[in-house]
Design a protein around this ligand. Structure first.
Ligand SMILES: Nc1ncnc2c1ncn2[C@@H]1O[C@H](COP(=O)(O)OP(=O)(O)OP(=O)(O)O)[C@@H](O)[C@H]1O
Ligand SMILES: [Mg+2]
Length: 341
């Protein structure tokens, strides 16, 4: 049995997936290969291609909130870089409103204004020599959001919106706590009044109560502003709290996508099930590691990339590479033998 679909069926699949409207974003079999140089022997060097993304299919509808979940190195940040147009795909199509992202970006400020980003390293993304007021004023000036005389008022309103007291305005990043730094990053992201917010691990590394406050803030903002939200996290609890949908990545590919609660309650991909079983309490750290080793993205196995660690693998799984397909009304799965109960 060969479930591998020919490439030309992709468009049909996606048009029929979540609706025929062009999504905010649409990724059609996106591949990103980094050329890396490795040491070979004592003095030699060898160039090799590393597949950070390999056949990513994703359609993001306007107003959706999607958590992107996966182990370290599965390609989450690379995927966000593609969505932001910071990295060109090596193959496949990356679209924003039905147009190639690179073209939309090159067209002017509209894309940058509409798609805001909170980076993985929030503190590192802020200039340490600028005060909080100057940091929040910067995007307002850059995008020409309001006349110069209205800037102080706008800055105050943005800081209030993210729950920062007025006296934070004259402080510098070094004098802010981890939670306050994230709030400043969120205020900067909202300055241009975007319709899409893309966040990379925006609440990780914080204590539980600060994390909860920030999650509440993001959830409120998403609802009040009707934001389309793409949120990277390692944490299934965070995903389930914040996002209606979840997309699970494994070695450069989305292997399952669907409504968060349905996927977590009844995962179809063996990898999603392993992740879910390993974190029964959501907030508890993963206790039972998966069997076997994660393959190297420098040398992906033939067949299903998860087969070597999958307790349900059959002969076909080592031969053909399953792509992400709409397996049921509420589920896209990249597996020949999905586990539904
Ligand atoms: N600029 C780069 N050059 C070469 N390889 C890269 C580059 N950026 C990422 N990679 C590789 O691509 C793969 C995916 O990396 P990526 O940063 O997207 O993972 P991630 O899922 O965001 O991980 P984490 O959870 O640790 O942030 C990894 O194997 C990484 O080493
Ligand atoms: Mg990352």
């Amino acid at each position: 049995m060969n479930h591998v679909l020919p490439k030309e069926t992709n468009t049909v699949l996606h048009a029929g997936g979540i609706g025929a409207e062009p999504g905010v974003f649409e990724l059609l079999d996106v591949q990103k290969v980094y050329q890396i140089t490795r040491a070979s022997g004592l003095f030699g060097r060898k160039k090799q291609g590393l597949k950070a993304l390999d056949g990513v299919r994703l359609k993001v509808a306007r107003g959706a909130s999607i958590a992107l979940v996966g182990e370290s190195g599965s390609g989450k940040s690379t995927l966000l870089r593609v969505l932001l147009g910071l990295t060109e795909p090596s193959d496949g199509l990356a679209l924003y409103g039905g147009r190639p992202i690179a073209e939309a970006r090159a067209d002017g400020l509209d894309f940058a204004r509409d798609v805001a980003m909170i980076f993985q390293d929030a503190r590192g993304s802020l200039n340490p020599r600028m005060s909080v007021a100057a940091l929040v004023a910067e995007p307002l000036r850059h995008f020409g959001i309001c006349p110069e005389e209205e800037i102080p008022e706008r800055v105050a309103a943005l800081l209030a919106r993210v729950g920062l007291a007025k006296d934070a305005m004259q402080r510098y990043p070094a004098g802010l706590s981890g939670g306050q730094v994230r709030r400043v990053a969120i205020a900067r992201a909202l300055a241009s009044n975007p319709s899409v917010l893309v966040a990379d691990e925006a609440v990780s590394g914080l204590d539980v109560s600060t994390q909860a406050q920030l999650l509440n803030l993001l959830r409120r903002l998403q609802r009040e502003m009707g934001l389309t939200l793409l949120f990277i996290t390692h944490d299934l609890g965070v995903a389930s709290y914040l996002c209606d949908e979840i997309a699970i990545m494994y070695l450069g590919r989305i292997v399952e996508r669907g409504p968060t609660n349905a996927v977590l309650a009844n995962p179809a991909h063996p990898y999603a099930r392993a992740l879910r079983t390993a974190a029964p309490e959501f907030f508890a750290p993963i206790t039972e590691p998966l069997p076997g080793e994660i393959p190297s993205p420098l040398d992906l196995p033939t067949g299903c990339r998860f087969a070597g660690r999958c307790v349900f693998a059959r002969q076909e799984c080592g031969r053909d590479d399953p792509v992400l397909v709409q397996a049921r009304a509420d589920r896209e799965v990249a597996c020949f033998f999905p586990l539904y109960s």
